[in-house]
Design a protein. Sequence first.
Length: 362
Amino acid sequence: MTTISAPKRQSRALPLLAIAMALALAGGCSRGGDTGADAGAAAPGKPKQEETRVPVEVAVARRETITASFQGTATLEADAQAQVVTKAAGVILKINVEEGDIVRKGEVLAVLDSDRQRLNLQQIRATLNKLENDFSRQRELYERKLIGQDIFDRSRFDLEQQKAAYASAELELSYTQILAPISGVVSRRLVKVGNLIQLNQPLFEVDDFDPLLAVLSVPEREMQRIAADQPVQMLVDARPGEVFLGRVQRVSPVVEAGSGTFRVTAEFRDDKLRPGMFGRLNVVYDTRDNALVIPREALLGEGADAAVFVVENDVAKRVTVQLGHIGDGKAEILTGLADEARVITLGQAAIRDGVKVQVIQR
């Protein structure tokens, strides 16, 4: 009986094992499906992540007047300068002016001791009087045919020679008064009362402040743009915040080979300016009204590579533009932009064409 019951138990166990395995697989699949369903149900409940936008500042392209100018620096100098020297030796007895005084041409600045020159003039004058009397008598004798031609000519020659000596002595006496050679301002006094002055020794310096000149070295590429009488604007460190107006006085026709520049001389007439002041100048050579203008910092390049980023619907678009005049922190746009276009002025380095941006108001 034992040999008959064992095979029956084995045949029943195999179907039971197959059913258990099928249930186990079904349970695993059911759990996996439930997990996917849960994930799918949770996704709609999560907040959707927003796209990152680059913060930028913008400016609006507007119609304005723009000027084109050349910018440079120069030190102001007087149009006329004179170093006053003495033409006679002597001791200074009197000084009539001080530094800063305004003087006119021919005004007496100082007086030297003139005793020696006066005595010499008196001696020559006495001799001249004697020769004039002698010549008068000789002429009477000559007219009466009592003396010859040679005696009369000798008397006339001596008189003319003494007249020349007298004029020279008068000139030497005049040199003891030191006169201003030009009109202007006494910029330096180099002597004091009581000083013994030698011939040709400097005594004063006189500068003519009207006008003052500023000489610019301008690159030769600007030669066709700059001409006489163009307006010039200048800022000086000594008078912050003030703009001084002048004009181009003259333009050199020669380009210096070594530097490739030519000289432009501007003149200024203002009592507030002084020689030696350092100036920053703008030579305005063209002005355009109703020009489409944007801030210069909006440019990504200049020349043929000039471009800007324009904001449209919060998207940055790179636009190639054609430039006109550039100056005073502004750039003229000839083609490429429409009026009221918004151009990015700050933040260009962090964006590229097509990037979404966020406009930040300053």
